[in-house]
Each structure stands twice: as structure tokens, then as C-alpha cells.
Design a protein around this ligand. Structure first.
Ligand code: GTP
Length: 235
């Protein structure tokens, strides 16, 4: 195995498919079967999921909503996604625990680092909901934080593009993709790999990030097997 324990970061939009909103059951099922393939190799998987397919806190605050309220609504959206992912994973035989940064004991377990690690050791996939539990922090930062807390070997960040480019590949046809880049360069060039807080944490704690395209079928098992697709961000 290329890694013993991984932190997989999925954006909320990953669940939405082409519509860009909500949860598309066929998309969810494809993701679940790819994640199950990785899980069945014996790899331990922590999963952080965003909520942008249901609610975008930053966008709402740009329209005048209080940022703190908007961010909490975004965190609640991640819980819905986490439950959807848990349901899809358990349908394909992957035992899953959802742990939330904000206590909502009737819905899921509270996040406790030692307990999360215990679940992973027992080969349960753990979905981390509610980001870091704080407004102003993104789910990318939550991915960096949880990766460190559970001792993940790598963050596998699933996106809608092939990797990290020198400019936005959706807007510029001449954008060039990096095979690898350092954290410092990603920060300096403001490359939007992840937000600066998340990158800084990964840089200090030396957690490599591999950014890859989730819309290509089979990519999740490929990156988890250590294939060098997408862009590697390291020190
Ligand atoms: P072990 O103690 O290692 O056996 O872990 P476990 O998760 O199997 O045991 P536990 O008895 O803690 O949990 C049994 C089930 O209840 C699991 O599906 C948990 O996700 C769920 N569960 C545990 N704690 C909570 C909680 O605080 N809230 C909710 N909603 N579910 C919980």
C-alpha cells in the first residue's frame, strides 16, 4: 500500500454532479464504490466533506448575510452531506462513523481525536462533519487539521480540474498544470490549491497534498494507490 492512512477531501459540489446543486444519487454511488475499493485494500480513510452543494457561506455573506451565521449554515450543510455519504458507503459494505466538530449527539458522534483513531484502527471509515466547528475556517482547513490529528500520511484533495494550474484553467485556455509545487510557491502565487490557513498548516506539519480530478472515473483508487496523477504539493 502506498499509504497506511489517508485523509480524503471531497468538495460538496462533488456530490452534485453536473447540476452543481444538491446530491445526485448516481454520483454519490460512484464515489462510494470508488472509496469502497480503496477501503477494501485495508487502507484507513478519514473523509472531510464540504457543503457548497447545499449552501455557500462565503457567497451568502457577500450578499450581506452575517458571516458567522452563514458559516454555521455551511457547517450544517456538511452534516447532510456526511450522512448521505455514510448511507452510500454502508450500502456498499463500508462501515462508517460520522463525527461532528459541533455536538449534535442525536444525529452523529462528537469528534474526539482518540476515538476517531480507534475507529480507523478498527477499519471503520470516519467522515468528519462540520468543518473545524468554527466560522471563518474552510473545510480545506478542517481537512488539514483532521489529517494532522489522525496522523494521515497524505491529503488527497479531489477537485473538478486535473490539478494545480498557474492560472484558472476554466477561464484561461493556456493555463499550465504543475506536476508538483512547494507550499511556499502555492502561497506566493496565490494558486488557490487550498486557502492559506490550510496550506500553512500542511507546510508546518509536513503533510503532503495531492490534488486530483474526481470527475475522472477510477481516479480515487488510482491516487490512493500512489499513482502520480494531478499535482503534488509538498515542502
Ligand atoms: P466501539 O466502541 O469501538 O465498538 O465503537 P462503536 O462506534 O461501534 O460503538 P458505540 O457503541 O460507541 O457506537 C455504536 C453506534 O452508535 C455507532 O453507529 C456510532 O456511530 C453510534 N454512536 C456512538 N456515539 C454516538 C453519539 O454520540 N451520537 C450518535 N448519534 N450516534 C452515536
Amino acid at each position: 500500500m502506498a499509504f497506511k492512512r489517508i485523509l480524503l477531501k471531497l468538495s460538496g459540489e462533488a456530490l452534485a454532479g453536473d447540476k452543481g446543486f444538491g446530491i445526485e444519487p448516481p454520483v454519490l454511488d460512484r464515489l462510494a464504490s470508488e472509496i469502497a475499493e480503496v477501503h477494501n485494500t485495508g487502507m484507513e480513510i478519514g473523509l472531510v466533506i464540504g457543503g457548497g452543494n447545499l449552501f455557500r457561506g462565503v457567497a451568502a455573506s457577500a450578499h450581506g448575510m452575517d458571516r458567522v451565521s452563514a458559516d454555521y449554515m455551511g457547517m450544517l450543510a456538511t452534516v447532510m452531506n456526511a450522512l448521505a455519504v455514510q448511507d452510500a458507503l454502508e450500502r456498499v459494505g463500508v462501515m462508517t462513523r460520522v463525527m461532528s466538530a459541533i455536538s449534535m449527539n442525536e444525529i452523529c458522534e462528537p469528534f474526539i481525536t482518540r476515538r476517531a483513531k480507534r475507529h480507523l484502527e478498527k477499519h471503520r471509515l470516519v467522515v468528519f462533519a462540520c468543518g473545524t466547528g468554527n466560522p471563518y475556517f474552510t473545510t480545506d482547513t478542517a481537512a488539514a487539521l483532521r489529517a494532522k490529528e489522525i496522523g494521515a500520511d497524505v491529503i488527497l484533495k479531489a477537485t473538478k480540474v486535473d490539478g494545480v494550474y498557474d492560472k484558472d484553467p476554466v477561464k484561461s485556455t493556456d493555463a499550465v498544470m504543475y506536476d508538483s509545487i512547494t507550499f511556499i510557491e502555492a502561497l506566493k502565487q496565490q494558486l488557490h490549491v487550498m486557502d492559506a490557513t490550510a496550506i500553512s498548516l500542511c507546510m508546518e506539519e509536513e503533510i503532503p497534498i495531492r490534488v486530483f480530478n474526481l470527475t475522472v472515473p477510477g481516479n480515487i483508487p488510482r491516487v490512493a494507490a500512489g499513482e502520480e496523477i494531478g499535482t503534488l504539493v509538498t515542502n
